[in-house]
Each structure stands twice: as structure tokens, then as C-alpha cells.
Design a protein around this ligand. Structure first.
Ligand SMILES: *Cc1c(COP(=O)(O)O)cnc(C)c1O
Length: 396
């Protein structure tokens, strides 16, 4: 399994970037990144070991402060995972059984799971063919008397159309809970000026799954918000529903960001902007070398000046995807599909009552999308190998 999802490649490609930079291209290369920051990370972890403050220790408080400041938010709460960040965000704004929460049909399953954990029903909206994010023209048709929130997903690292989404939410008095799990550090240049994703709604959820743009060395997540009230709710929800030890004012959870993970994240946060710039540069290079091939549709990232895309994933659409994937695999290149089975056609969500044909764009794209290797440490030679192998497959 590749780090951020499915991989059709036969087993994991053993990666030794130093010796086989050209011929083996992993989907993500965490070892290359660790090599770059080893001393700082090891020092951070050792600090926690020396202090033994493993639960909600000094490093958690420090990281929360740093991540809030980085995003431009008032408050941050470290939690156990991105899924939990979404779950606790929804709970904190009062989502409960009988409510409906709108999100997009193509997203990682966790977006829907988090809604289900609250007892509410996920209501899906198809994706926009250009941006692959929620189609804002189709949101209002999905709103009912039970709708309480919209969860836009900044899928693949591309900010959703937040001005439009906020307008709709304001008109219908809905909460906006951003799923920013794939878009750490991305900017949106909307009606209120340049803002990082996560500060564009009422509350936002981030995942620090190892392969994310900001990844821990295990599970982790965070919530950011400007609302003191929502902040206090999430803080209690993640820690058994207590504010004062052993005084439980609600049925909370054990859902805290691990202190060792926080120490790792503080180190990596200092590199995030540079890593995101490298991702964007790699995306540009991929796009240049793959343009003009009629069998390939490239992601649209120059058309809009309203955002910065942080390319958690570089997703193209192709003809004969299965054949191409196998060919790439034979050449030592690992690719992924995000995601191969639309959520509304997953067995786990049969109860939502959708069927094949419910979301035509999501279903069409599920058969065509292909995620190419994308990580900051990707080398020029590796990208060249990927592009040439793809072009070779189509006889270019
Ligand atoms: C990764 C991810 C999540 C879940 O995060 P975890 O930390 O794995 O629980 C939720 N939504 C999206 C869009 C994601 O990519």
C-alpha cells in the first residue's frame, strides 16, 4: 500500500533513492525526507523522552501555538487523527442525529465517516469537472430543512471555491467545516484577501497522516478555529469531556494529539512552505513535460489566480488507465488512484440510498484519474523517467 491510498503496483517498490534515482520512483519517499531532518526530529523526540510528559505535554502546547500562527487562526487543538479532527469539529458546532451535512462525492471516505459518527447523514454533491472539488452550482439543490453544515474538501491540495461556499452557507445559516486534510498551507485569495485554508469557515480539520504535506510519524490531526466557544468545545471533546480534571461536563473522547508526534510536527512545520513550493515546482514540470498528449488531461492550476495549489497529489486523467499503470509499474514507478470506488457506491454507505449514476462526474473520473509520484524530495531524473514512460506508452 502506498502511503496515501491505493496503489496498483505489485507490492511496494523498495526505494533506495541514492542508487536508483532514475529507475525506481516511489509514490512518496518518507525516508528521503527523514534523512534531511533527522537531527532536528531526533532532538525533538528526545526532548519528550527526557520530560516524559507523554500526554498533552509541552510539545503539544507548543505545536498548537505554532500551527495556529502559521495558518493565521486564533486557536488550534491537537487531536488523534484527521478523521477525529473532522468528527470533533462537527460535534463542536452541534451536529447530531437527524441532521444532514453536505460534502462532495469524491473525497477520502473519512469525510463521510466523521459525519456518520455524529449520527448525522452525509449528503453528497458531485464534483466540478475543472477543479475536482465540490460543484458549487449543485449545492443549493442538496439543501433541505435538516441541513446544518457544508464540509468542503480541498481535494488534492487545491482550495475549494470558498467565496461561493461561504455565500451559500450564509444564505442558509449553515456551518462551514473545512476538510483541509490534503491542503496544509495552501492559500485562497478570496473576497477577504489572502488566507490560508483552514481559516475560511467556522472550523477546519487537518490530518497529519505520514504522507500528508505535513505528516507526523504516526497518526495525528488538528482543528483550527477563530471561535473561542468552538475551541473550548473541541478541547473538552478530545479529553474525556473535561476542562478540569475529573469534572466531566460532556461525554467526550480520548482523542488527543500524541506528544511525540507534536514534537515531530513542530520540526516539520518549519519546512512546510518550502516543501509546498517544491511540490508546486514539480507539478509545473510534470505539466510541461506531459502537455500536448491528447490521451492525458492535466490538472488545471494556472487558470485561476484565486488560489495556491499545494499538490498533495498530482492527478491526471488518462485513457487506458489500467494499461498505463501496469506499464509504469513495470518501469518501477508507483502510482495511485484517489479514489477508485466512489463513496456513494461503497458497501459501507449503501444506507444513503445512492446508486450508480447518482454522481456522473465523480463516477466518470473514478475510472480515469491517476495520481503520479509527488513528494518534495522528488528528483528531476525521477520526474523525467515518469514523463517519458507515460509518453512512451502512448507512442509519443
Ligand atoms: C487523510 C484524510 C482524512 C483523514 O485523516 P486521517 O488522519 O487519516 O484520519 C480526511 N479527509 C481527507 C480528505 C483526507 O485526505
Amino acid at each position: 500500500m502506498s502511503i496515501t491510498g491505493s496503489s496498483a503496483c505489485k507490492g511496494d517498490v523498495e526505494v533506495k533513492t541514492t542508487e536508483t534515482e532514475k529507475s525506481k520512483v516511489p509514490f512518496v519517499d518518507l525516508k528521503a525526507q527523514y534523512a534531511e531532518i533527522k537531527e532536528e526530529v531526533d532532538g525533538g523526540i528526545k526532548g519528550v523522552l527526557d520530560r516524559c510528559d507523554f500526554i498533552l505535554g509541552e510539545s503539544v502546547k507548543a505545536f498548537e501555538k505554532e500551527f495556529a500562527a502559521y495558518c493565521g487562526a486564533q486557536y488550534c487543538v491537537g487531536v488523534a487523527s484527521g478523521t477525529e479532527a473532522l468528527h470533533l469539529s462537527l460535534k463542536a458546532v452541534g451536529i447530531k442525529e437527524g441532521d444532514e451535512v453536505i460534502t462532495q462525492a469524491n473525497t477520502f471516505i473519512a469525510t463521510l465517516l466523521a459525519v456518520s459518527y455524529t449520527g448525522a447523514a452525509p449528503v453528497l454533491v458531485d464534483i466540478d469537472p475543472e477543479t475536482y472539488n465540490i460543484d458549487t452550482n449543485k449545492i443549493e439543490a442538496a439543501i433541505t430543512g435538516q441541513t446544518k453544515a457544508i464540509v468542503p474538501v480541498h481535494l488534492y491540495g487545491r482550495p475549494a471555491a470558498m467565496d461561493e461556499i461561504r455565500d451559500i452557507a450564509a444564505r442558509h445559516k449553515l456551518f462551514v467545516v473545512e476538510d483541509a486534510c490534503q491542503a496544509h498551507g495552501a492559500y485562497y485569495y478570496g473576497d477577504s484577501g489572502a488566507q490560508r485554508v483552514g481559516t475560511l469557515g467556522d472550523i477546519a480539520a487537518f490530518s497529519f497522516y505520514p504522507g500528508k504535506n505535513l505528516g507526523a510519524y504516526g497518526d495525528g490531526g488538528a482543528v483550527i478555529t477563530d471561535s473561542n466557544e468552538i475551541f473550548e468545545q473541541v478541547r473538552m471533546l478530545r479529553d474525556y469531556g473535561q476542562k478540569v480534571k475529573y469534572h466531566h461536563v460532556m461525554k467526550g473522547y480520548n482523542s488527543r494529539l500524541d506528544t511525540i508526534q507534536a514534537a515531530v510536527l513542530s520540526v516539520k512545520l518549519r519546512y512546510l512552505d518550502r516543501w509546498n513550493e517544491l511540490r508546486a515546482a514539480h507539478a509545473k514540470r510534470y505539466a510541461e513535460s506531459l502537455s500536448g498528449v491528447p490521451e492525458i488531461a492535466l490538472p488545471d492550476f494556472n487558470a485561476s489566480k484565486k488560489l495556491s495549489h499545494v499538490f498533495h497529489l498530482f492527478v491526471i486523467r488518462v485513457r487506458n488507465r489500467a494499461g498505463l499503470m501496469e506499464h509504469l509499474c513495470d518501469e518501477g514507478i508507483t502510482t495511485g488512484i484517489h479514489y477508485p470506488v466512489p463513496n456513494h457506491l461503497q458497501k459501507a454507505f449503501i444506507d444513503l440510498g445512492y446508486k450508480a449514476g447518482s454522481f456522473p462526474m465523480t463516477e466518470k473520473y473514478a475510472d480515469e484519474i491517476l495520481s503520479l509520484p509527488m513528494f518534495p524530495e522528488l528528483k528531476y531524473g525521477q520526474m523525467k523517467h515518469v514523463a517519458e514512460t507515460i509518453k512512451g506508452f502512448y507512442g509519443k
